[in-house]
Design a protein around this ligand. Structure first.
Ligand code: ADP
Ligand code: MG
Length: 625
């Protein structure tokens, strides 16, 4: 069964497949890009791709484009007297890609890996899957565009540990993602995006410049003139790749108008857009809790990343040379092709683990002391949390002898829940007690497939739960998901194998004294901090390091026993840290080895253990229903 990868873009869509250890693009529409446009022609019906895009100028009323921007909304496009949802139009684009792939590969395509922007919400993802279904494609997993770009990057640059900033500047959107790659894991740490900032905006800015130069009022141009001007602006911008200067010429308002465009002019025209890009960088780095110096490579993705002025701006902003992987508008599709290879379990590529972040905040509505009528959001899983994620909190009653607590689940960033999206709700009985004394624990668990499990448990140990999915699940699937979610519900620190490891450290700690004991405490602190970090990379490192340290301790113990039986116990053994490994050895594997003395270790450990204690004893007095 053939699997292809599809980059379902706002402006252009591409298909890719895996063969002979490489991803290849599927030829379409005389190149590799299929414009994501659908048009209606009287007597002929619907057209998809370049033919439809060409009709955008002469027949704007009967042509639809950029509909990905409205996925998941109720917007409709009217073509030839019939209404189409963005999902249906996307289905037509997907079907066209599928047909091209079948023609080119001469086999039936049943499954696709489709890329979506990392910030796409549940509804947008669900609509993308439905579009695929309509197009006759099975889609098990949608992958995020930045993850796809990172996969393409790794195919080119190898599998060293790298921190990437993926700059995806397309036709209608700009998405910035902070991505960490290590071993076989690609982890998106944070994403920010502006879905109204792209090549289209550059075209608009160039058009406005053209009008200014010629004393034209854009609103006085006919719709066709406006469309022609946009095309002229786009062509001029693209031509700057080969030419130093472009002369733009257009017949408008009954006369011939002209303007010159060069790199410096375009840079100036784009300044306001660059200002917005800079703000997005600030947001991203804040959300990732990082800084520019931590980024190894800035990976350029999307058609608008081909612009010399964009590269120049980024070079000046970040002091880094951007990495260009061939044609920037093909990178995501290549990545999707690589993932299609992984789906087919091709031997030559390693199975990559693509982790995801939650693009929006999930939480529950709680009572607002300042205004009883307006409940406020209590975030449970913050946006940009690594998935799968799980969080538990305690909530208390607000009225005396309140019988039950209503758990209302919301998605969104707004303070008042009325402005967020209500996903579901349920009630749970509580102990009959004065206000503030009865409680429930609420736990949110959100997995990589966009399935949210919310569970509430009262002090009598009774539970109520709800599973919210962006697709309809069969009974069997529901059961399977619930079982899988149970595993995630335990944070790494609570998982049995990790608890066992910490118990071993405790045992060594109990059996030691002095400096050796401090050293073990420091090791335990490091492992605990890593396991509680909430970052997959740190968790994996902590597990590996913990195991290595335990092996070292075991060896030291054995040596000690041997010496005891030889009757030659060396003086001081059991007291000096160097007897079981230099501090530097421990250091090496932790990137931030700033605290290279034992004191540093111990301090860290104290911090880590205090945090833990806080977590366990947290009492959400201030949040109540
Ligand atoms: P999307 O991901 O939104 O579908 P693409 O990555 O295909 O879009 O990018 C489309 C955008 O790239 C369009 O705005 C187009 O004008 C722009 N673009 C394509 N080629 C060039 C080029 N050589 N120079 C500048 N912009 C370009
Ligand atoms: Mg794109």
């Amino acid at each position: 069964m053939a699997v292809i990868g599809i980059d379902l873009g706002t402006t252009n869509s591409l298909g890719a497949y895996w063969k002979d250890g490489k991803a290849h693009l599927i030829p379409m529409d005389g190149g590799f890009l299929l414009p994501s446009a659908v048009g209606y022609v009287e007597g002929e019906g619907l057209l998809v791709g370049a033919a439809a895009k060409e009709r955008l100028i002469p027949y704007p009323e009967d042509t639809a484009a950029s509909f990905k921007r409205f996925m998941g909304t109720a917007k409709v496009y009217s073509l030839g007297g019939r209404d189409y949802a963005p999902m249906e139009l996307s289905a037509m684009v997907l079907e066209q890609v599928k047909r091209n792939a079948e023609y080119f590969l001469q086999e039936e395509i049943e499954e696709a890996v489709i890329t979506v922007p990392a910030y796409f919400n549940d509804r947008q993802r669900s609509d993308t899957k439905k579009a695929a279904q309509i197009a006759g494609l099975k889609v098990d997993r949608l992958i995020n565009e930045p993850s796809a770009a990172a996969l393409a990057y790794r195919m080119e640059y190898g599998e060293e540990d790298r921190t990437l900033l993926v700059f995806d500047f397309g036709g209608g959107t700009l998405d910035l993602s902070y991505v960490e790659c290590f071993d076989n894991v690609i982890e998106i740490i944070a994403v920010v995006g502006d879905n109204h900032l792209g090549g289209d905006d550059i075209d608009e800015a160039v058009s406005a410049y053209f009008c200014r130069e010629n004393g034209l009022k854009p609103e006085e141009l006919t719709r066709q003139e406006q469309a022609r001007l946009r095309k002229l602006a786009e062509n001029a911008k693209c031509a700057l790749r080969e030419q130093e200067q472009v002369e733009m010429e257009l017949e408008a308002g009954g006369r011939v108008c002209r303007a010159l465009l060069d790199e410096n002019k375009l840079f100036e025209i784009c300044m306001p857009l660059f200002g917005r890009i800079k703000e997005l960088f600030v947001h991203l780095l804040e959300d990732a809790d990082s800084r520019v110096s931590a980024i190894d490579d800035l990976v350029m993705v999307g058609g608008s990343s081909k612009l010399g002025v964009v590269k120049r701006f980024l070079r000046e902003l970040l002091g880094k040379e951007p990495v260009v992987l061939g044609e920037t508008d093909r990178v995501v599709a290549y990545g999707a092709g690589v993932y299609a290879g992984i789906r087919q379990r091709r031997e030559e590529i390693r199975d990559m683990l693509l982790t995801d972040v939650c693009p929006f905040t999930l939480g529950i509505g709680v009572n607002n002391k300042a205004n009883r009528d307006k409940n406020i959001m209590n975030p449970m899983i913050e946006r940009n949390s690594t998935l799968p994620a799980s969080h538990r909190d305690r909530f208390v009653t607000v009225s005396d002898y309140q019988k039950e607590i209503r758990v209302r689940i919301y998605q969104g960033e707004e303070y008042y829940v009325d402005d967020d999206v209500l996903l579901g709700e349920f009630s749970i009985e509580v102990a009959l007690k004065p206000a503030g004394q009865a409680w429930v624990d609420v736990q949110f668990t959100y997995d990589i497939n966009g399935i949210l499990h919310v569970m509430a448990e009262n002090e009598m140990g009774e539970r109520r739960q709800i599973l919210l999915a962006n697709q309809t699940l069969s009974e069997a699937e529901l059961e399977r998901y619930t079982r899988e979610l149970e595993k995630i519900m335990l944070p790494p620190i609570m998982q049995p194998q990790n608890q066992e490891m910490l118990a071993c450290f405790l045992e060594y700690y109990e059996n030691s004294t002095g400096q050796r004991r401090e050293m073990i405490a420091a090791m335990m602190g490091r492992v605990t901090a890593g396991l509680s970090s909430g970052r997959k990379k740190e968790v994996l490192k902590a597990q590996a390091q913990g195991r290595a340290w335990l092996a070292g301790l075991q060896e030291a113990m054995e040596m000690r026993e041997e010496l005891l039986f030889d009757g030659e116990l060396k003086a001081g053994f059991g007291g000096k840290p160097e007897d079981f490994g230099e501090p530097e050895d421990i250091e090496e594997d932790w990137e931030d080895g700033s605290d290279d003395d034992i004191d540093g270790f111990v301090e860290d450990w104290e911090d880590a253990s205090n945090n833990n204690a806080d977590d366990l004893m947290e009492n959400k007095e201030e949040d109540s229903f």
